[in-house]
Design a binder for this molecule. Structure first.
Ligand code: BES
Ligand code: ZN
Length: 622
């Protein structure tokens, strides 16, 4: 009931919004079909941002000005921006900064407040003076204790999906693109980096200048400030990390150059100049975030053996699917993630071989099946084209966009063959570069360039079923991995003999160990778990994926020897993908719930808002 009252104003405000389309002076289509933004780009739209901000760690506030070059398409009297948790101090127009009036709309859950600025028919620049608030959802301010080096504080942003508006007043829709320049002042012991052209060294004044020459959507605005250093991997790629993490990170990501080349061989030139990765402190809520030119990554992918670097392949792939060709609204999110997972696995295949890619495909397909089971195969949330209207799009992130999206493209590959699909995708990225695309536009493009009126192909592909219907269509592939079949055979022996030593022949690669953990029999006994742990040292593993999988089982089976490590993991790591399933598993029993609350009350200050918002819903009244 409580929820409904929150949602009601959203529904009301969105019900009045219809798609309105216009074109800017370059003929680029602008429409306002995004139900997660207040902006009215068909009337007045942003083109370029000059950002000048100061980052103050003492007050945990970013303050300064966002000066927007705009195009007043409809000669409108106002331009609308998105804001949330921002304090707007003053707004001016033009290069001579003539003060103008503005108003803030009512606050709507998740969406924040519309900022309506009075403009003139010939207005080309709107400058907004503002400051963030202490609890800005995009920002995580870490004290030195929460970093790897423990000496300096750290700040990072996470703007996707609709959090950019909590640190920059902007038209916060993935359908709107702009270029930017930024000047960022920080304490002089720290370095600032952005999703843009970056410095490689600290400077004495603590003032950093950035340039993003390509038009990007607001969710790709990103900033990190901390004691970070840079190490090159090759001419156009490298890693940023805290000094104590830098060498390990550079070792782990040594194949980045090869990945970029593999990606280019598949789908055309990398258009962004450099590709670097920033390794964040462990509270980073995602595995990775594809900020342009500078992927943000969790340190939990540093396993020491490069076995989790498909995450880098994924974020790199977004440089095409996502950053170059962008989902027009969050309901089209599968266009970003489904293509990216497909592309990621093609990069993995090119750099690490077919076996590796197939194993990841099978593990992903298992994730998809368990998500379908959780949501129910007829749930509307299992459709590729989603409807997050009235909800926070961040909460709608599930394996559907990723793995059902992948399965769809994989089934197209199977039907038309690689050669045709690759040529089609290359052309799709090329022809839509620096544009945003709706699901419907994609379908039309695919019909025109791949199906070309071939009725039997159209029937085989079953597009509409894949995209608009829940569940999994009949032509979804069933992929087998020879490596995993070998484990199945050993598991069969184990099930009949009960003897853990039959498992000692399992290969010790990360994928194979994950497969093993996931397929241990449900009725496994405590002594068997102990023996398996002794054989494989899962509880003490330094590989976060293995830890997360093993800890799930340990919680389900109440395998107490793992409990201290589980507590440590939940307290140090802030990656939502690991936290949510573990807490969900814990709260299934009364004792587990007490335990979960105890850990959570201690760990919550270490989590970013996107992580703790999701967990707050699981553990209300902590
Ligand atoms: N862009 C996403 C992260 C994201 C999605 C942030 C939706 C906010 C809202 C990123 O590319 C991603 O998918 N990350 C995955 C890793 C990947 C290997 C599947 C993650 O963080 O787990
Ligand atoms: Zn992604």
């Amino acid at each position: 009931m409580k929820k409904f009252f929150f949602i009601l104003p959203v529904i009301l405000s969105l019900a009045c919004q219809q798609t309105k389309t216009g074109s800017d002076s370059m003929g680029t289509k602008v429409s306002s079909s995004d139900t997660h933004s207040f902006s009215q780009p068909q009337n007045a739209v942003v083109k370029h941002l000059d950002l000048d901000i100061n980052v103050d760690f003492k007050s945990q506030v970013i303050s300064g000005k966002a000066s927007w070059q705009i195009e007043n398409i409809a000669k409108a009297e106002e331009i609308v921006f998105d804001t949330r948790q921002l304090l707007i101090e003053k707004v001016s127009l033009g290069d001579d900064e003539k003060e103008t009036s503005f108003s803030l709309g009512d606050s709507v859950q998740y969406l924040g407040k519309a900022l309506k600025v009075r403009i003139e028919s010939n207005t080309e620049r709107v400058t907004i003076y503002y400051r963030t608030s202490k609890d800005a959802a995009a920002l995580q301010w870490l004290n030195p204790q929460q970093t790897a080096g423990k000496k300096q504080p750290f700040l990072f942003t996470q703007s996707q999906a609709i959090l950019a508006r909590t640190w920059i007043p902007c038209q916060d829709s993935p359908g709107i693109r702009f270029t930017y320049n930024a000047t960022v002042s920080v304490p002089k012991e720290l370095m600032a980096v952005m999703g843009a052209e970056n410095p490689q060294e600290k400077n004495a004044e603590g003032k950093y200048r950035f340039r993003q020459p390509h038009p990007i959507p607001s969710y790709l605005m990103a900033l990190a400030v901390g004691d970070v250093a840079f190490k090159a991997i090759d001419q156009r790629s490298g890693v940023y990390a805290e000094p104590v993490t830098l060498q390990k990170a550079a070792y782990e990501f040594a194949d980045m150059g090869k990945m970029i080349t593999a990606a280019e061989n598949l789908y055309g030139p990398y258009k962004w100049g450099r590709y670097d990765v920033l390794v964040l402190p462990p509270s980073f809520p995602f595995g990775g975030m594809e900020n342009p030119m500078l992927t943000f990554a969790t340190p939990t992918v540093i396993a020491g053996d490069r076995s989790l670097v498909s995450l880098i392949a994924h974020e790199l792939a977004h440089s095409w699917s996502g950053n170059l060709v962008t989902n027009a609204t969050w309901n089209d999110f599968w266009l970003n993630e489904g293509f990216t997972v497909y592309f990621e696995r093609r990069i993995v295949e090119a750099v690490y071989g077919k076996d590796e890619a197939v194993m990841q495909e099978v593990l992903g397909s298992q994730d998809l099946h368990s998500t379908l089971e959780d949501l129910g195969p007829t749930s509307p949330d299992t459709r590729l084209k989603a409807d997050f209207t009235g909800r926070d799009p961040d909460e709608g992130v599930s394996d559907i966009a990723y793995e059902k999206g992948f399965a769809f493209i994989r089934s197209i590959e199977e039907t038309v063959g690689r050669e045709k699909l690759d040529a089609f995708l290359k052309e799709y990225f090329q022809s839509h570069a620096f544009q945003s695309v709706t699901t419907e536009e994609f379908i039309a493009y695919l019909e025109e360039h791949l199906i070309k009126g071939d009725k039997s192909l159209e029937q085989k592909l079953d597009l509409k079923n894949w995209i608009y219907k829940p569940g999994l269509p009949a032509n979804a592939l069933n992929i087998e991995s020879g490596k995993f079949q070998a484990i199945d055979a050993l598991l069969e022996k184990f099930k009949t003999s009960g003897d853990v030593s039959t498992l000692s022949n399992v290969n010790r690669s990360t994928n194979e160990l994950l497969y093993l953990i996931r397929h241990l029999p449900e009725d496994i006994s405590a002594p068997q778990l102990t023996a398996i742990d002794k054989e494989f040292e899962f509880t003490q593993s330094g590989n976060s994926e293995i830890q997360a999988a093993w800890y799930m089982l340990a919680i389900r089976k109440e395998y107490k020897p793992a409990y201290p490590q589980i507590e440590k993991f939940l307290t140090e790591v802030g990656r939502r993908k690991f936290l949510l399933p573990l807490y969900k598993e814990m709260i299934k029993t009364p004792a587990g719930k007490v335990w979960a609350k105890k850990i959570y009350s201690n760990a919550r200050p270490n989590y970013h808002s996107v992580a703790y918002h999701s967990i707050d819903e699981l553990l209300p009244g902590r």
